[in-house]
Ligand binder design. Structure first.
Ligand code: SF4
Length: 456
């Protein structure tokens, strides 16, 4: 079948869609470049907010409305949170809840036996292609754990993703190396709460250490780290320039009283102390976070306290969410829900601060020589991402004409743009390059030289 995958929600969902796409390719199906061309639509849904659940319903119906013969498979957190409603949606032919998602390909072949490619037989293991996917990202996402044992009062994820569980270190190391050999320059380690990673007593430190030691991946990025479970041993791993200077550590509120009602196991002071420690070990770190505005009981004073704390933390990119009560969560039952208009006003204020904070971080890195993964050419510019999560742009001209998608190359961060930073390729006559060469030497020692290049 020609299969089209739609991912809604988080990086973990995206990692699962990438993995499923590879399994379907290995089984002999093809990936459609757009929904209209597809015979099968797989929707990996989200329900983190009521808006996400609504979008999941709309997306699930889309295939059938485009082409009544198209089959639709609905999986993911919305499908798991409301299986009855989800299965009854117009056009949904198969529902696969999160606990069965790893077997989705088998479920599809069982549900549509006349659409099983001749080459696929149950006992034959699939030869998964780890090369960059058509229409995929230039960075590969690798899921290392799933589920959550926490009970933050606003969160529905534990009920849709179940108890925390982790993949074996060896399995992850093999997948990362296969992706590196397949041509990926960056791998993103993802999960629900990767700092909860625990396989046979091996923790996140052991996993990241093994990946850095035993794979040739040029760049490794970590996703969500929990402020209540930070293993200090991790700090030493950032001596390896392949580990991105980027940590995402959800704050949720800068007010300790609000954090208490959110059932977050830390205070604003504890969060601040941890940030100071991390920043003292990782110069140039991009600290990103999530903040909820308008949580039940959030007074003007509590909001002001949270706002001031977010300002003080000088995050590289704070993601701001307006509180949205989720059915079945403790927060839904709390008193003193904040008025809609007030939530809207506070969100606007916090988002304005977030934009200032992000630009201030960009400004603080101007003049730096960094390695960029050039992801794509957009019109007359190349665009890419630095290890500290800055979106950079370089004009298509003589010095960038030879760039290729997914390439890792050195450049200098020059000036601010509305949407990121303008960068200039570093030329090998630049003395600063020697410093970068030191980094390059490390990187190229672990992978073929062609992947990191100083532009002519
Ligand atoms: S740590 Fe809290 S917010 Fe994060 S997934 Fe678990 S319950 Fe949800």
């Amino acid at each position: 079948m020609r299969v089209f995958f739609t991912n809604l929600g988080c990086k973990l969902n995206q990692a699962e869609v990438d993995r499923l796409s590879r399994q379907f390719l290995a089984a002999g199906h093809t990936l459609a470049s757009n929904l209209a061309d597809a015979e099968l639509h797989v929707v990996n849904s989200c329900t983190v907010t009521h808006l996400a659940a609504r979008d999941s319903r709309k997306t699930a119906r889309r295939g059938h409305r485009l082409n009544a013969d198209m089959k639709t498979v609905l999986t993911g957190c919305y499908a798991t949170e409301a299986p009855g409603e989800a299965a009854g949606l117009e056009g949904v032919d198969l529902l696969v809840t999160n606990d069965a998602k790893d077997d989705l390909l088998t479920r599809v072949h069982e549900a549509f036996p006349d659409r099983v490619p001749g080459s696929t037989s149950a006992e034959k293991s699939l030869d998964i292609p780890y090369v960059p996917l058509d229409f995929g990202l230039s960075r590969a996402l690798v899921k290392v754990e799933d589920g959550c044992n926490m009970r933050c009062s606003f969160c529905i994820i534990p009920s849709t993703r179940g108890r925390q569980r982790s993949r074996a270190v060896e399995e992850v190391v093999d997948e990362v190396e296969a992706l590196a050999q397949g041509g990926y320059r960056e791998v993103v380690i993802t999960g629900v709460q990767i700092s909860e990673y625990d396989h046979d007593g091996r923790r996140l430190f052991d996993l990241v250490h093994a990946v850095l030691e035993r794979t040739t991946v040029p760049r490794l990025r970590l996703t969500s780290i929990a402020p209540w479970k930070f293993d200090d041993r991790l700090l030493e791993l950032w001596q390896d320039p392949r580990l991105c200077r980027h940590i995402h550590m959800s704050l949720q509120s800068g007010c300790s009283a609000t954090l208490k009602r959110m059932r977050r196991p830390y205070s604003a002071d504890q969060y601040r102390a941890l940030v100071e420690k991390i920043r003292s070990h990782i110069p140039g770190l991009a600290l990103t976070t999530d903040v909820i505005v308008g949580f039940p009981g959030e007074s003007d004073h509590e909001f002001a306290e949270s706002l001031e704390f977010v300002r003080e933390m000088a995050f590289a990119r704070p993601h701001i969410f307006t509180f949205s009560p989720r059915k079945g969560t403790h927060a839904e039952t709390l008193p003193d829900h904040v008025q809609h208009q007030t939530k809207k006003e506070r969100t606007a204020i916090m988002r304005e601060l977030a934009t200032e904070s992000e630009r201030a971080f960009w400004r603080s890195r101007l003049g730096e020589n960094v390695c960029v993964i050039w992801e794509e050419r957009r019109g007359d510019h190349w665009t890419g991402l630095t290890d500290h999560y800055i979106r950079v742009f370089a004009p298509v001209d003589g010095s960038t004409e030879s760039l290729v998608e997914g390439e890792l190359a050195a450049c200098t961060l020059d000036s601010l743009r509305e949407d990121g930073v303008s960068a200039t390729p570093v030329h090998d006559s630049d003395p600063e390059l020697r410093e970068l060469s030191a980094i390059r030497a490390d990187l190229s020692a672990s992978q073929p030289t062609s992947s990191l290049r100083i532009l002519p």
